[in-house]
Ligand binder design. Sequence first.
Ligand code: X90
Length: 276
Amino acid sequence: MYKIVADSSCDVHTLAGVPFQSVPLSISAGDRFFRDDELLDIPEMLTFLRSYNGRSYTACPSVDDWMRAYEGSTAVFAVTITGGLSGSHNSAMAARELFLQTNPDVEVYVYDTLSTGPEPLLLLEKLRELIGQGLSPRMIDAVARDYLASTRLFFSLQSLHNLAQNGRVSRVVASAVGVLNIRVVGTASPEGTLASLARCRGDKKALAELLSLMEKAGYTGGKVRINHVQNPQLAEEFARKIRDAYPEADVSCHPCGGLCSYYAEQGALLVGMEAG
Ligand code: X90
């Protein structure tokens, strides 16, 4: 039996039809600790953080957390948030080394998505599909790596406060935001860091910019996943815009989990797409 595990940056706690385990990151502020699992009340966390004036932090899963998640199957596919911004990938790789010492017959494949949210979600769906086809773990791994190289992440953010506070964006990028109604539209760089591409006044212009960036990146009607922070209306509006231009496209919207909600902040859209 094969198993998929993913850290909670992938925004899902379950994956129907396949053994799946989510490994939580966490958010902390003062004496509050938010574990990014299915019990987390995200609106409550965001409300608390708005009223909290001190610093807040995040932490990635430990080596132990990943080791425990690898247990109980013959092949494991482990999906992590970008190693360019988080230690989660390093933890997952160190856990693999240790785990293989005591479980030499288990195959463990670890993916640095260089991304977060909906792009890793596309990879999870692809892994599930490949497992369903009955391919060997080695073959699944090869196809999955090619697939990951063909997907992209774009985003529109209203605030970079938490990214800047935690040193995940440069001051230059961060200084341009916080202005009312300005959206920062960008992408995950090839190194898995945040690349800002445009500033847009208002959501309408941000959606137009997002679609244009997707098309420049080779979007021709493939799968799209739109993850939003407490903004289902805007996510659906963008999904309609894509379907208007590409009626056959498989597009769906999902709420962000705790980690992405914390960093992408209120109102954000994260968009994962298949290119070509
Ligand atoms: O504490 C940790 O190890 C977690 C650190 C995570 C930092 C980045 C989270 C980004 C969340 C923000 C917008 C999209 C940026 C994409 C760049 C790859 C979402």
